[in-house]
Design a protein around this ligand. Structure first.
Ligand SMILES: [Zn+2]
Length: 373
């Protein structure tokens, strides 16, 4: 009969201790390898993982992992999870701007790299006492004008301090603190498709776009810049084909200085100058002279004012930006654009700008001041 083995408690403890010791060594080695992987300067796969852990997608992490080590360590130190922003750093944005941009990114929602770059260019030094810097479209060089305009407005008339500040900044950025047709500069036609023409940016009397062509008679009447026709026709086709019985017609495209002069003078004759100025531009100040603007209605001969009651009008409002066009004089922005709402007036700016523009709630006048000038 086998003798029952005696259990020595000390021996059990020794075995358990030895086991735990070995486990610790293995885990320690694992941790060490893990850390050295993360810190490794040559192994892209490891750095990729570091970016994934910061919230980037696998593809984004792959792209970031290719950057040089100094950039990568800055990104890891200041993570904001915007791939385009990180790549701007790689593209030559200096680290000071990067960190400032990162602060802006955290402070204002939904910024793109275009936004951050425009802000870095326009904001100047941060000053916690400057209330106007609470607005994302703050432009440092307009500071004195913000203060001057603010002193003439009553904050109590606004629903919030934010709305009050927004209004001041918006009006000044759009030059509405200056006198229409008195305080103006030459329109910068070198901006081409993104030029600004309004009551403060004038086209020369002799300015005529050099690529004007006649519009296809199926789409409208008159002339436009040839470089915008393809997108215009596509937009009109897609609208018309979106539903039965839809139709569109370009009723007023390019207008020469002289045509605008006659048109405006007729309006002044009928309505008086003050009234005419709310819906018609003075010669040289009309976007139609740029060859980039169109008045669109549902059918030839339709009164502009009737277009708003048509489904085509709604369609354009929702889809024009997909084709490079923007609604230039929206409802509710009369005090910023200087014009009554014009649901029929579209302006071509190119698809890249129109798409970005559509994600914001500002007029093209302000967009130009902040992003394009
Ligand atoms: Zn128009």
């Amino acid at each position: 009969m086998a003798q029952r083995r005696k259990i020595h408690p000390e021996r059990v403890l020794t075995v358990i201790s030895a086991f735990l010791f070995v486990l610790c060594i293995i885990y320690g080695a694992y941790l060490y390898i893990d850390m050295s992987d993360l810190l490794s300067f040559d192994d892209h796969a490891i750095s990729e993982r570091a970016f994934v852990e910061l919230g980037y997608s696998e593809d984004e992490a792959k792209e970031l992992a290719l950057l040089d080590e100094e950039l990568k360590s800055t990104i890891i130190q200041y993570p904001i999870n915007s791939i385009s922003y990180e790549l701007a750093l790689a593209d030559g944005m200096n680290s000071e701007d990067y960190v400032h941009g990162q602060e802006l990114y955290e402070r204002f929602d939904h910024l793109t790299i275009r936004d951050v770059e425009a802000m870095l260019e326009k904001r100047g030094e941060e000053d916690p006492d400057n209330i106007f810097q609470n607005d994302r479209y703050y432009i440092a060089s307009n500071q004195e004008r913000y203060e001057a305009l603010a002193s003439t407005l009553n904050e109590e008339n606004y629903i919030s301090e934010e709305a009050y500040i927004r209004s001041v900044v918006e009006l000044v950025n759009s030059e509405m603190d200056t006198i229409d047709y008195v305080d103006y500069v030459e329109a910068d036609t070198s901006k081409d498709q993104t030029m600004l023409v309004n009551k403060h940016h004038v086209l020369d009397q002799n300015y005529v776009p050099d690529n004007l062509v006649e519009i296809d008679a199926n789409y409208g009447r008159g002339e436009l810049r040839s470089d915008i026709l393809e997108d215009l026709y596509q937009m009109m086709d897609d609208c018309v084909n979106s539903k039965e019985d839809m139709s569109l017609f370009v009723t007023s495209p390019y207008r020469s200085y002289v045509t605008q002069e006659n048109l405006y003078n007729n309006y002044v004759y009928s309505y008086g100058q003050q009234e005419a100025d709310t819906f018609s531009a003075r010669p040289g100040f009309s976007e139609h002279q740029s060859g980039l603007a169109v008045d669109i209605v549902a059918y030839e001969g339709q009164a502009l004012g009737d277009f708003a009651y048509y489904e085509e009008c709604e369609w354009l409002k929702s889809h024009a930006s997909e084709y490079g066009f923007i609604l230039r004089y929206p409802d509710g922005k009369e005090d910023v654009t200087g014009y009554q709402s014009e649901p029929w007036h579209y302006r071509y700016v190119g698809k890249e700008i129109s798409t970005h523009y559509a994600s914001l709630d500002i007029t093209f006048d302000e967009y130009y001041a902040f992003y394009l000038s």
